[in-house]
Ligand binder design. Structure first.
Ligand SMILES: Nc1nc2c(c(=O)[nH]1)N[C@@H](CN(C=O)c1ccc(C(=O)N[C@@H](CCC(=O)O)C(=O)O)cc1)CN2
Length: 284
């Protein structure tokens, strides 16, 4: 068996077309504030692509690039200003933050109505209760991808490998909200292969190159690779996922890296920004 590739681009393009239409229907364009602290190259690149994508779909965006040694107080003051600005419909603080800043305190400071990352504790609680309007971008984008490729979710066994607050935990909550039977596995899970082989849908977000090998996958399963690992192979720098390429011989469907769920993260952020703007316009 060779797995059907499940690229993110057609899904992201479809989602972004719908976002463009929704932006046009609003009385004024949404405004997205992108906050970055420091010069971590990956964060610089992600914020740049979010800023660019916003422009392409008619969302106004502003980048607040703060120095590496920014104090927590200064960052909280900026967030308070963005919260109070009626022209700003969405706020995103790019993660990770430098060590002197308490990430939880910063996420708590963002107005939940403008929290387009869905990381505020209020939105996290709403998500677990199955009624959030703003869900974390990568897992929400993965659900879009499963729907686009007609992968059934309700009643299926889903295993999420990884328990991060950005991907693993919210992915489990969203799959549960779609009536999957969900298991969360992680680095301390005993006999991980026995657990992952149960999965009809296997979502892998562990940050370890090619960690999931073919014998850990049930034949015909849909495998979603969230990993982005930069490694050297034969003297060449390469980007690989958390899933071994040999899994393509066993799985029914497999997302590529790059070109898979990463594209959905940015597209879903645009969808969340327009949702926040719609909700704010309704409340006016
Ligand atoms: N505030 C947030 N911080 C972070 C998030 C997040 O959702 N909100 N997620 C990650 C990083 N991230 C977005 O911020 C992100 C990761 C990957 C991609 C992506 O397009 N990946 C491409 C490869 C891109 C490359 O060349 O590096 C792919 O998979 O094809 C976009 C966004 C941590 N921080």
């Amino acid at each position: 068996m060779t797995a059907t590739p499940l690229p993110g681009k057609p899904v992201a393009d479809t989602l972004l077309s719908a976002v463009t239409e929704r932006v046009r229907a609003l009385p004024r364009p949404p405004r997205l504030a992108l906050v970055r602290v420091g010069e971590d190259p990956a964060s610089v690149s992600y914020v740049r692509s979010k800023d660019k994508k916003a422009g392409q779909v008619g969302i106004e965006s502003e980048v607040h690039a703060l120095p590496e040694d920014t104090s927590q107080e200064a960052l909280l003051a900026l967030i308070a200003r963005l919260n109070a600005d009626p022209g700003v419909s969405g706020i995103l603080v790019q993660l990770p933050l430098p060590a002197q800043i308490d990430e939880a305190a910063v996420l708590l400071a963002v107005d939940p109505a403008k929290d387009v990352d869905g990381f505020h504790p209020y939105n996290v609680a709403q998500m677990w209760a199955g009624r959030a309007r703003l869900n974390p971008c990568t897992p929400a984008g993965i659900l879009e991808l499963l729907d686009f490729y007609h992968v059934p979710v309700a009643g299926q066994r889903a295993v999420v490998v990884g328990r991060s607050e950005i991907v693993g935990r919210p992915m489990a909550a969203l799959l549960l909200g779609r009536d999957a039977t969900v298991t969360v596995a992680h680095s301390r899970t005993a006999d991980l292969g026995a657990v992952t082989r149960e999965a009809d849908i296997l979502v892998v977000a562990v940050g370890r190159p090619q960690f999931i090998t073919p014998e850990m996958v049930k034949p015909g399963a849909t495998v979603i690779d969230v990993g982005i690992n930069r490694i050297e192979i034969g003297g060449q720098a390469r980007m690989v996922g958390d899933v071994h390429p040999g899994v393509a011989e066993v799985a029914g469907g497999l997302t590529p890296v790059p070109g898979g769920v990463g594209l959905m993260t940015v597209a879903q952020l645009m969808a969340n920004t327009v949702t926040a703007a719609e909700l704010l316009a309704r409340a006016e």
